[in-house]
Write a protein that binds this ligand. Structure first.
Ligand SMILES: Cc1cc2nc3c(=O)[nH]c(=O)nc-3n(C[C@H](O)[C@H](O)[C@H](O)COP(=O)(O)O)c2cc1C
Ligand SMILES: CC(C)CC(=O)C(=O)O
Length: 387
């Protein structure tokens, strides 16, 4: 006799039927107007770097150890002096409210619930003060872009410090805008705007349209870019003339831990460590900038070697499962950042969706560690990578 049960009544129950990040992506796509989904999902040029990021993690073959008592798995680790539940950080995402009105607040709530740090973007749609007020329990880090207007960049750093953000992450891979062809073809402007011809695409997702129209307009919380497409906005605001000298004034205004994001070259890694940064993020911006960029899983071992054992090394781009997280750590990372997985969750199911993304990644890491014979994060080591 088969018993049929009713399932999927609450948002959390509905999200529980997404069994991996790809399921969340499919639901996100179904729930969101195409230009908005494309903004999150897309990358530069032919999106080769987006695909290679993930393919490089998929291609890593893991070698498990046996008879190592995996009855208790401890995924926790220490990042910049604080214990976190797992080596997973929510990456900075600009304009997260375009996906869902909860935006960065929803991301931070899920991160806090799962004991993970969250990074607020300079281009965020909520301010550092709002985030601190609404999710005081979150381990909050701040991302920084170097604007042409350095006083404005300094002001962001001070506001983040005053709002209790404990680490600063300077992004270095946007000297100019990447060629985001989906956004170009969709006519997407920033903060989000789209041509009239997209009205039907919005009308086709009434729940998104209703939510978005009945909440505060989506805008940058920390800057006025003057609008326009990604290239126009970026060229107007970001400074391509920045050099290593910037790190000096930054050190004066920011006494706390300083990470730099977008490092792929071992010589840069060495020089940044010598300049006194506390951490490196091996990243190609999720394939959204240099379209022919090296996959981050390829760059990681060389950056780790150049940085030495004492510098925090994080990696992002294409991490879609707990097994990918374990592989990244075995390759030499101290932790990973995830960008799109959390955003797919947000688009798929609001808070329950982001919570589900965090759950899938953390439970997947626990299971992978047990299967690998690694009871603690420190036991994930290069010998576990076959190729
Ligand atoms: C929609 C979106 C917006 C992003 N905005 C920022 C940003 O404002 N600052 C930044 O440093 N990185 C930004 N990134 C890059 C992410 O921080 C991260 O490097 C990337 O998403 C990692 O790749 P993954 O999405 O494959 O996990 C953004 C990524 C996406 C998908
Ligand atoms: C708000 C956006 C302009 C940010 C973004 O797309 C990015 O940095 O990749």
């Amino acid at each position: 006799m088969v018993r049929f049960e009713r399932v999927g009544r609450t948002p959390a129950e509905r999200m529980a039927r997404a069994h991996d990040i790809d399921d969340l992506r499919a639901r996100a796509r179904a729930a969101t107007p195409r230009p908005i989904f494309d903004f999150v999902d897309g990358g530069a040029g032919d999106e080769g770097a987006v695909h290679r990021n993930r393919a490089a993690f998929d291609a890593l073959q893991l070698v498990p150890r046996v008879l190592r008592d995996v009855s208790t798995i401890d995924t926790s680790t220490t990042l910049l002096g604080r214990r976190v539940a797992a080596p997973i950080v929510f990456a900075p995402i600009g304009l997260a409210r375009a996906a869902h009105p909860l935006g960065e607040i929803g991301l931070a709530r899920a991160a806090a619930r799962y004991g993970l740090p969250t990074v607020l973007s300079t281009m965020a749609s909520v301010s550092p003060e709002q985030l601190a007020r609404q999710v005081p329990e979150a381990d909050r880090w701040m991302q920084l872009y170097l604007w042409r207007d350095r006083d404005a960049s300094r002001a962001v750093v001070r506001r983040a410090a005053d709002a209790g953000f404990r680490a600063l992450m300077l992004t270095l891979d946007v000297p100019v805008a990447g060629n985001r062809l989906r956004d170009v073809r969709n006519g997407l402007g920033f903060p989000p705007s789209m041509p009239l011809r997209s009205a039907l695409r919005v009308a086709a997702k009434p729940a998104w349209a209703w939510r978005t129209l009945t909440h505060e307009p989506i805008r940058y919380a920390l800057t006025e870019t003057g609008g326009g497409d990604f290239v126009t906005q970026t060229d107007r605001t970001l400074d391509p003339s920045a050099t290593f000298a910037e790190l000096e004034w930054l050190r004066e205004v920011w006494p706390g831990p300083l990470l730099v994001k977008g490092v792929l070259d071992s010589r840069d890694a060495r020089r940044l460590v010598d300049a006194g940064v506390d951490g490196l993020v091996v990243s190609n911006h999720g394939g959204r900038q240099l379209e022919q960029a090296v996959a981050t899983a390829h760059a990681l071992p060389r950056v780790r070697e150049a940085a030495g054992d004492d510098t925090l090394v994080l990696v992002d781009g294409g991490i879609r499962s707990g097994a990918h997280v374990a592989a990244a750590l075995a390759l030499g990372a101290d932790a990973v950042l995830v960008g799109r997985p959390a955003m797919y969750g947000l688009m798929a199911g609001g808070q329950a969706g982001v919570d589900r993304a965090a759950e899938l990644l953390t439970s997947g890491l626990t299971r992978t560690m047990a299967l690998l014979g690694a009871a603690r994060v420190a036991e994930l080591e290069p010998g576990m990578i076959a190729n």
